[in-house]
Design a protein around this ligand. Structure first.
Ligand code: C5P
Ligand code: MG
Length: 162
């Protein structure tokens, strides 16, 4: 049996006025926010799918259907924490996370540390094991036109000693 596993995740949500922009559990000051059934935290959703994917445990919609009123307006940290528990139950521990948020505006650099701290706390791993990167879409496509934002994530899991 392999000692290491990798998993990737991706998410996108529409941007809209009158919604909060929450990334990795941190509220970002912005004129537009993310629309969705939950808090629409694309970064947390991408990391949740990466965790589930690394352990071949399906995807976020399988565990938290967005048609279920139980999950309406749920903080996405709840999804991430649950995915981590499932990974532990499958016999793996999380080694590191790398991720990218693709958002045209606002600039996110000043939020890097709070977002990393928030994710590291939920994931219960050291800060230097959580990486968050930011990109624009250079004004092109739905992200560039500020109709949507996207997030991508990759994780490494290590098999726990019995
Ligand atoms: O997309 P672009 O290559 O122009 O991004 C340059 C840098 O700007 C990124 O490496 C990142 O540090 C920063 N950035 C940001 N917030 C965004 C997009 C990019 O801080 N929304
Ligand atoms: Mg989502």
């Amino acid at each position: 049996m392999s000692h290491y596993r990798v998993g990737q995740g991706w998410d996108t949500h529409r941007l809209a006025a009158g919604r909060a922009l929450i990334l990795g559990g941190v509220t970002v000051q912005s004129d537009l926010g993310l629309e969705g059934h939950s808090d629409a935290d694309i970064l947390t959703h991408a990391i949740t799918d990466a965790l589930l994917g690394a352990a071949a445990l399906g995807d976020i919609g399988m565990h938290f259907p967005n048609t279920d009123p139980l999950w309406k307006d749920t903080k996405s940290a709840v999804f991430l924490g649950h995915a981590l528990t499932l990974v532990h139950q499958a016999g793996y521990e999380l080694v590191n996370v790398d991720s990218t948020v693709i958002l045209e505006r606002p600039k996110l650099k000043e939020y890097r540390m709070p977002i990393r701290e928030s994710l590291a706390a939920t994931l219960r791993i050291p800060l230097d094991c959580v990486s968050v990167k930011f990109k624009t879409a250079e004004g092109e496509g739905p992200v560039g036109e500020r109709r949507t934002a996207e997030a991508q994530a990759i994780v490494t899991l290590r098999r726990m000693e019995p």
